[in-house]
Write a protein that binds this ligand. Structure first.
Ligand code: HEC
Ligand code: HEC
Length: 241
């Protein structure tokens, strides 16, 4: 009976499907995330996760407490995602974040979503002038706008010396005026709290963090005196003025 035979094979075919899906699924799981075509950016998920981060890093990723919590807004996706992986693997110590970031609470997709969500937040460095007495002045809108602002207070040091040193020694990786390199995933160090940068200098010098993956044994900041770094940070503190 040809008809029955045909029907029979069809049934067998459908019955094998779940098995096929299962093996495809485990194949996908074994690939590095970047190779998984199925990942699609979900901005709503990014926004939702950011609500957890906002308690410390601010609603717009602007950071807080004068650099106890760094600015995250505008950082390259790869940089933020890499730091979250390092925190999750306990390779970069971060006591404050430990309870928010384990494999179960922060799967790879969530890391990518929140990293992109934060990368796309553009913080202004200046508020446009406004007249509080003008008709139509909206105090609440103004308050919201002021929260989306990043202004690094002027740090001590010789700005001109710092500018020259920065352009010679840091610009090739950290980008023009310290605004980072999105393609290479190098963080912005302009628009970042000076206190925070100093804390990281200590961690980099103590090899708690690795500065340049291509030369993990040599810490490049060891070649600079505290005074030189102070001058570089003084320069970086004025590029947003
Ligand atoms: C309980 C407070 C707290 C919460 C909540 C928190 N963080 Fe953090 N985060 C910190 C602190 C403190 C540091 C700085 C650690 C250091 O000094 O090295 C930090 C550092 C970071 C850094 C490194 C930034 C850099 O420039 O080096 C990233 C990225 C980051 N947090 C992302 C997140 C994300 C994304 C979330 C939400 C899922 C989050 N954090 C939630 C406290 C917090
Ligand atoms: C070879 C490229 C390269 C050069 C040159 C370089 N950096 Fe970096 N820097 C990086 C990378 C990459 C990171 C991020 C490291 C990581 O993934 O944790 C970084 C991170 C930092 C951080 C921590 C920022 C943060 O938000 O956590 C500071 C501070 C810093 N660099 C300062 C400097 C200064 C100052 C100079 C110049 C004297 C400099 N770097 C030169 C590549 C470079």
């Amino acid at each position: 009976m040809p008809h029955f035979n045909k029907h029979n094979t069809q049934i067998n075919h459908t019955m094998n499907r779940p098995l096929l899906y299962k093996s495809l699924f485990s194949l996908i799981l074994s690939l590095p995330l970047s190779a998984v075509f199925a990942y699609e950016y979900d901005p709503y998920n990014g926004e939702e996760i950011n609500e957890l981060c906002a308690g410390c890093h601010g609603e717009y990723g602007q950071g807080g407490k004068e650099g106890e919590y760094p600015r995250l807004a505008g950082q390259p996706i790869e940089f933020t995602a890499k730091q979250l992986h390092l925190f999750r693997q306990r390779k970069r110590p971060n006591l404050a974040m430990v309870e928010y970031i384990d494999e179960r609470q922060m799967p790879d997709e969530d890391i990518l979503d929140v990293s992109r969500y934060l990368a796309e937040i553009k913080l202004k460095t200046k508020l446009p002038p406004a007249d509080e007495n003008a008709p139509g002045f909206d105090a609440y809108a103004r308050l919201l706008e002021s929260k989306k602002l990043m202004q690094i207070p002027r740090a001590e040091g010789d700005i001109e010396k710092g500018r020259k040193l920065y352009n010679k020694e840091c610009d090739s990786c950290h980008g023009k005026e310290g605004w980072g390199d999105h393609k290479k995933g190098v963080p912005m160090i302009a628009g970042q709290y000076t206190n925070y940068l100093w804390r990281q200098v200590k961690k980099l010098r103590n090899k708690i963090r690795i500065h340049d993956e291509d030369a993990p044994e040599e810490e490049l900041l060891d070649d600079f005196s505290d005074e030189e770094i102070r001058d570089i940070f003084a320069y970086l503190s004025i590029v947003d003025d």
